[in-house]
Ligand binder design. Structure first.
Ligand code: NDP
Length: 328
């Protein structure tokens, strides 16, 4: 029998946590033959609700679930962690300046990074979901100097999936026939969904669509503003689709991308495509054997260049701001 994989989830009692934990426990994160032990981290006010969720997890009698620990101590939550999903974050509240938001999140992600550094397993993989995700990932990474930097990633898979679905709706082709789509930059309104290298049923996506104004004025803003549209419609933020994307991100990282396809992940830049080194920015990546690599050699046209640069500039400003606050 296999040793269980330790999966730590922060903000476990939140909306996304509720949509995420049952799928992890059922085997959808790592595979139907991989037993898991869940570690739930919450702030003290969230512990009771996390206990309620744990009771429901028990009541599912998931054959792969080998234990649940609930704690408000990051040192316990990340002890031996193989996978960490950092979901809990400080949301922006009315009247809050960006500096205040970054500082509040620094207070969360810095100690979590340190706890990962000191206690996680050697093969730890970290996905940051809580916003501002890219910069929160940078803060955690900076606090974990003994962990290889590339293990800290930020989620742009939901943006990727949203873009796939918009393209499928536009062209009437199933999502399974759409490949090589890329989200570049920050998980924010400046993100850039790039279809110029994408394929729809084997043909170049930009040529199939053949409508630059649809791309610029409908597709890109629809993908970037989808979160707000869901809040407007549902009266609550996207939780199940965010949880689904977190599952996809880790599943692909661990199990690999399909031959001939790639995915989008927020990862530390090595300077590829003119993205300043060290920024956690979204790139096209292939995954194999638990490692990812940036897809190289893509031609970036003028339309894409302007948009990638704008999103990267925003990431640079966020990095400067957290540097100024002494968080990295
Ligand atoms: P959610 O579970 O809905 O969201 C959690 C985080 O995910 C937010 O930062 C949210 O950002 C982010 N997020 C990223 N992508 C998306 C997306 N596509 N749609 C929606 N959210 C997205 O928040 P809840 O308030 O329900 O739950 C948060 C929980 O975290 C609470 O239980 C709280 O107690 C806990 N918490 C735990 C901490 C810890 O473990 N140390 C620290 C802080 C909080 P955005 O705000 O931009 O929507």
């Amino acid at each position: 029998t296999r040793t269980p994989v330790n999966v730590t989830v922060t903000g476990a009692a939140g909306q996304i946590g509720y949509a995420l934990l049952f799928r992890i426990a059922s085997g959808q994160l790592l595979g139907a033959d991989v037993p898991v032990r869940l570690r739930l981290l919450e702030i003290p006010q969230g512990l009771k609700a996390a206990e309620g969720t744990a009771m429901e997890l028990d009541d599912c009698a998931f054959p792969l679930l080998r234990g649940i620990d609930i704690t408000d101590d990051p040192n316990i939550a990340f002890d031996g962690a193989n996978v960490a999903l950092l979901v809990g974050a400080r949301p922006r509240t009315k009247g809050m300046e960006r500096g205040d938001l970054l500082e509040a999140n620094g207070g969360i992600f810095k100690p979590q990074g340190k706890a990962i550094n000191d206690h996680a397993a050697d093969d730890i993989k970290v996905l940051v979901v809580g916003n501002p995700a890219n910069t929160n990932a940078l803060i955690a990474q900076a606090a974990a100097p003994d962990v290889p930097a590339e293990r800290f990633t930020a989620m742009t898979r939901l943006d990727h999936n949203r873009a796939l679905s918009q393209l499928a709706a536009k062209t009437g082709v199933p999502v399974s026939e759409i490949k090589r789509l890329t989200i570049w930059g920050n998980h924010s309104a400046t993100q850039y969904p790039d279809v110029f290298h994408a394929e729809i049923a084997g043909k170049n996506a930009a040529e199939v669509i053949d409508d630059q104004s649809w791309l610029a004025d409908t597709f890109i803003p629809t993908v970037a503003k989808r979160g707000a549209a869901i809040i407007e419609a549902r009266g609550a933020s996207s939780a199940a689709s965010a949880a689904n994307a977190a599952i996809d991100h880790i599943h692909t990282w661990v199990n690999g991308t399909a031959e001939g396809d790639w995915t989008s992940m927020g990862i530390p830049s090595d300077g590829s495509y003119g993205v300043a080194e060290g920024l956690i920015s979204s790139f096209p990546v292939t995954c194999k054997d638990g490692k990812y690599e940036i897809v190289q050699g893509l031609d970036i046209n003028e339309f894409s260049r302007t948009r990638i640069d704008a999103s990267v500039k925003e990431l640079e400003e966020e990095r400067e701001a957290v540097r100024g606050l002494g968080l990295i």
